[in-house]
Each structure stands twice: as structure tokens, then as C-alpha cells.
Design a protein around this ligand. Sequence first.
Ligand code: CUA
Length: 335
Amino acid sequence: MMRASRLAPLAALASLAGCESSSQLPMTTLAPKSDLASEIHQLFLEVTAWDALIFLIVMVAFVLAVFVFSTRAGEAAPPSQASSDLTLEIAWTLGPALVLLMISIPTVRTIFRSQPRLAPMGSLEITVVAHQWWWEFDYPDGHKTANEMHIPTGQTIRLHLLSADIIHSFWVPQLGGKRDVVPGQVNQLTFIANVPGEYPGQCAEFCGLSHANMRLRVFVQTPRDFAMWDKAELAGPATPPANDQLAVQGAQYFATSPCTTCHTVEGVSKGYIGPNLTHFGSRTTLAAGVLKNDPADVAAWITAPQTIKPGAYMPALVLPGPKLKALVAYLENLK
Ligand code: CUA
């Protein structure tokens, strides 16, 4: 009989599979939700159609060769083979060249269309900074957030992609194009999202121990909802209400805690190593989309980040229970 511990990975896999099937958030390129993703999808369909045609021609030739034009037992030997046939030689040189041409024309056209050199007029330009292993989003009006990017529908989004350390790759399948994020270089991604929703993304270039845990989410909102979110982000951090003793204590503790070395909370601390926490409580996830943002997971993350995200630069903070509870209450209050 299998021991329970041996079954654990299987159970984990099964629960993961359950997560995926019940999730409304598929990481798929087959359901495009932006102009760029639609163009790439269209290209995929075109190339697949050509592939299917070639497959059909090869299969017909194969079946004819095997079942129609082959020698059967008892039949006379085949006629002598010609040493060369110029027409055939030309045909099977030109054929593949033509196939490559049919595929390369739409591919090159899509590549050029997807990379305008300048930001189109009226673009919302967001700077994306990739870190091991999280994403920073800097908005043109001055606020910063992490791992969850909000954008409006119908407006051109121009992402300027920078890396703080090594090579990463920004990829939100339903919004289109994977784009490498290279240190010392600014790459661009330009698209218009057209359907409100929540779209998951993932770093797509191996970047160390927690590469798989370098996830992100894009919230595509109506222009009105986006403007409201943007306004709330521009405001300073929420102050804990006086009757929330726990959060008030947490605020006092945070102000003198080691957290302030790496994290910024506007008007409270200035740290640039970890994500900006000014509106931490308004995010749906933490640790680059690995955990959901609820008190139990926040506490787990603070006390043992390495077990959740191997290699993470966040040090574990060993705190007595009440202090940890207060700190979590303060962070969750930062809407
Ligand atoms: Cu960053 Cu993989």
C-alpha cells in the first residue's frame, strides 16, 4: 500500500488541476482579449491552415505511393528509375520555398505591426520593472504598485519594460505578445485591451529558483472604473481607524520594523527593494500572485517566505503572535 506521504504530491496535483478547471482565468492564447493578442491568434490560424494543407498533400501522396503505385507480389519488376528529372528537382525546391514565403509574409507583417517605434498618441505609458521574483508597475501620475496591473479598455497601453537584475519575460497570454525584459535595455509592448476582466500572466524566461512563482495579474477595467482605481492609488495610505486597536498597534510596530528597510508606504517608510505597500490591502494576491491576500496567508508569508517562494529575498520575520497579528491587521488595512 502507498504511504500517505507518497500520495501527497498526487493529491497536490489533483487539487491544482481542480483549481485550474474551476478557475475563470485560463492562461491561454486561444481567447484573445486585445488587438495584439487577436493579431497573433489570427497569425496562428493562418499558419495552421497552411500547415494543414501541406499535411493533407503529403498524406495523399503517401497513401497513393503505398497502396496505388507500389509493386505487388508476383507482379513484374518496376521499370528502370530515371537518374534525374529536372522538372521534379525544380518542383521540390520551389515548393518548400513557396511554403516558407506564405508563412513568413504574415509573420513578419505581424511582428512589425506589434512593435510601433513610438508610443501612439494618447497612450497610457506604464513602466514595468521586473525583479527576482516580482513585478513593479510605475504609473505616469506617480504611484507604484506590484504584481497587479490595472488598465482601462479602449486606450492604447504602452509598457516600457525594464529589469532590475537579470533577464525576465513579460507574458499575459490573453493580452498578447511575450516580451523579454533585459537589463540595460528598455523593451516596449503596445496593445489595446478590449474586454474588462482579470487576466493572469507569468514570467516566461527562466530567471532562477522562483521563476515559476513570478506571476502577475492584469485587471482590465472600464475607463470609469480604472479612473476610480487610479484616484484611490494616488491618495496616501489609509490610516487605521482609532477603534481598530490591532491595526493601530500594527501601524506603530510597522513604522519601526525591519519591513521599512525594503518597503515603501507613502509618508511612513521609504524602501525600494521590495514591493510598494501603500495600498497593499487593495490587492487580491501577494508574493507575486502565489498567495491570496488574506490575514492567514499574509502571516504565513511574513514568517516563512522561503518555504512559499524558494530563494525570495524577503527575510523571515520571527514575531510573537500578538505583534504578528497587529502587523497583519495594519497591512490589510492599507487599502
Ligand atoms: Cu522572471 Cu522568470
